[in-house]
Design a binder for this molecule. Sequence first.
Ligand SMILES: C[S@@+](CC[C@H](N)C(=O)[O-])C[C@H]1O[C@@H](n2cnc3c(N)ncnc32)[C@H](O)[C@@H]1O
Ligand code: SF4
Length: 470
Amino acid sequence: MLSASRPINMAHMRNELLKKYGGPVPRYTSYPTAPQMTSDIDGDVVLQWVSELPNDEPISLYCHIPFCDSLCWFCGCHTKVTNRAENSDGPVSRYVALMEQELLTLAAAASKGANNPPSTARIHWGGGSPTILTPDLITRLSAAIDNAFPIAEGRVFSVEIDPRGVDLDRMEALAAAGVNRISIGVQDFDPAVQTAINRRQSFDETERVVSGMRERGVESINIDLIYGLPFQTSGTIDATIDQVMRLAPDRISLFGYAHVPWMKKHQALIDTDTLPDQENRAIMATQAAKLLCKAGYEQIGIDHFALPKDRLVALRDTGQLRRNFQGYTDDPTKTLLGCGVSAISRFSSGLAQNETELPAYRRHVLAGEPPIARGCRTNKHDRLRAAIIEKLMCNFAVDLRQILNDMNSDSKEIEADIDRLSPLVRDGLVTLSEGLILSITDLGRPYTRQVAACFDEYLPRAKGRHSMTV
Ligand SMILES: C[S@@+](CC[C@H](N)C(=O)[O-])C[C@H]1O[C@@H](n2cnc3c(N)ncnc32)[C@H](O)[C@@H]1O
Ligand code: SF4
């Protein structure tokens, strides 16, 4: 009798947990999180931070291309639709000219006179859709980066790719620029789901870009998938994963759809009645993870998967996995310089975000100043919390005593945080040993962001407006 009733009780318990802990919290790709940024941080502060960068320590550079050919209705990225600018004076080429100028301003500040600025160990182009750039513009932007900053040995150059409309010339230009890692948006191959999100993308055109870039030397391919989209079911997820397996990507990101129409107005075009409910989202997430693991992928953190030979797996196994604005990463650098509209930079002293609107961005760039809109300084307390949150998000466990020791902090510092963990301990989501080793249990894994949130000093504990945890 007991064994017959157990599955029912487990299902009931999981639903109760979902109701209690499935609410909105940040994704913790940084700490402090974006809402902590204010106009106290401006271009002058960032010039100072850039000028303090050690010249011999490689950095990462993120370039944001805020344009797409058409708008996917689920999209939460900072982008807008524009006509492809094949001519030399379209909005995209004018934007690239501004980025060239911004890169020069940053490099001049980092050079400190006769010295070279730091080299770039990582470059990432995100968006929007960087492949809206014409082949000429791809070449121009990569040359501008390499003129501004020396190239570190073994540099990883990654680009986010919307395969629709990526022709051979664009693939050639990306490869010639040194791109050696790509991330391709798929989301779901099901036609009904694609219609409901306004993104029609065939398997064949996706495969064409995957093999085209492999033939041109790209060694690492990531594919983005989303669960929780309109009309998605366990069946569509199954079928999509089947097709994705034929592409044999090295990595897969599996994000929960963040429906935030109060921030992204176009998401209101998605009929909420067609969205799976929270319980079905959780079922899809679990099922997708099971299928990927069965296919030989290893789970990395809360939403990534990688083949066993991928560096992310080794880093996970040795506790060295990192998390940044792009998600889980093997990027070892301390400094990230953001370039382009809305890009965020990370320095040891704080975070800074560029202007999110093009006119304001242009005004600053043409005046020769970093186009900063907001930011925040980080102090010792923030750095302690950032380290704890990153460990939890990457390893599902953290040795709190060790981190307190490493950062010369006292356990009093996290007394309130430990109190906030009590209900999660009672509900079996985490364990906390006397030696202050905090571990997230299998039951608690879907609520990792909620566990991390216990260490977020700034999170309003009242009803939040972030995306759902699961
Ligand atoms: C900049 S886009 C990728 C590049 C390219 N524009 C494309 O769509 O193929 C980055 C990724 O963010 C994810 N994403 C965008 N909006 C999202 C949302 N509302 N919820 C969850 N993931 C989202 C998608 O998986 C998307 O592939
Ligand atoms: S998902 Fe990609 S292609 Fe679609 S609107 Fe967003 S950035 Fe553009």
